[in-house]
Design a protein around this ligand. Structure first.
Ligand code: NI
Length: 255
């Protein structure tokens, strides 16, 4: 049995003290594929040095996070694209997307950055990791405008059944993390109406730890808590959850 964590930021400063131990714990928990979406231009070096610690299990992505899209985003995107095409091996375009929770005034810039980066993924045949917050509708609308959409994941999904249906219809997967284990989460009821064939696992470490670590720093070794919850939701074994979600992740990111 092996798991894939399709969205984890183990390269950020929260892990400065124990990066190698964090990788070891993930491997002990049978999490053998860790996909690492970039955040912005300031995180590229730490992303690369972290990934170099274990190239067999750590797979970096390159992209600009919607919360980092500011007035200089065109310049930043040039640097991100240069890095993507530098010859260093990247396994996806991420983290990209739309976030209207913190700042609605950057909607146009965010849309432009999102569409451009989706285009890069299509041209290079890479999967994307999509972040949406208070912007699922806007994101779906943008994808529908594209002549050709990339393959990818709507990461950290916590929307409605109808939104999930739209996402799946566009050919995307649903990324499920620690939120599904929270008491009072409506997500298990939504998931029951969806097939596990559309789902991948993720932690979004260091954020959104599953129960019993809710509120603490998250890490990739906690993936089995999410898998256990899904095994309960679907009435299938944890190893079946691991197998299906890992295969889905491979279809998107090739590892
Ligand atoms: Ni993230």
């Amino acid at each position: 049995m092996e798991f894939a964590d399709t969205h984890t930021h183990l390269f950020v400063e929260e892990f400065d003290q124990d990066r190698e131990a964090v990788i070891q714990r993930a491997l002990q928990s049978r999490v053998r594929t860790m996909l690492l979406p970039n955040i912005d231009e300031s995180t590229i070096e730490s992303l690369k040095s972290f990934s170099a610690l274990d190239t067999e299990h750590c797979f970096p992505m390159m992209g600009l996070h919607p919360c980092s899209v500011k007035d200089n985003y065109r310049e930043v995107l040039k640097d991100i694209l240069k890095e993507l095409d530098s010859g260093y091996r990247y396994y996806g375009v991420g983290e990209i997307g739309m976030d209207l929770y913190w700042d609605k005034s950057t909607l146009d810039w965010q849309s432009d950055a999102f569409l451009q980066q989706c285009g890069w993924a299509v041209e290079r045949s890479l999967g994307v990791s999509i972040h949406t917050r208070s912007a699922t509708y806007e994101t779906i609308k943008l994808l529908k405008q594209m002549k050709q959409t990339p393959r990818g994941v709507f990461h950290c999904f916590s929307g409605s059944y109808e939104e999930a249906q739209e996402i799946i219809k566009l050919g995307f997967y649903i990324g499920i993390g620690g939120v599904v284990t929270f008491k009072n989460s409506g997500l298990p009821e939504v998931l029951k109406r969806l097939s596990i064939d559309n789902i991948v696992l993720e932690t979004d470490a260091p954020y959104l730890s599953p129960v019993p670590y809710r509120g603490k720093r998250n890490e990739s070794s906690y993936i089995p808590f999410i898998a256990e919850k899904l095994s309960e939701v679907y009435g299938i074994s944890v190893s079946r959850v691991a197998e299906v979600t890992r295969e889905n992740s491979r279809k998107i990111f090739g590892v």
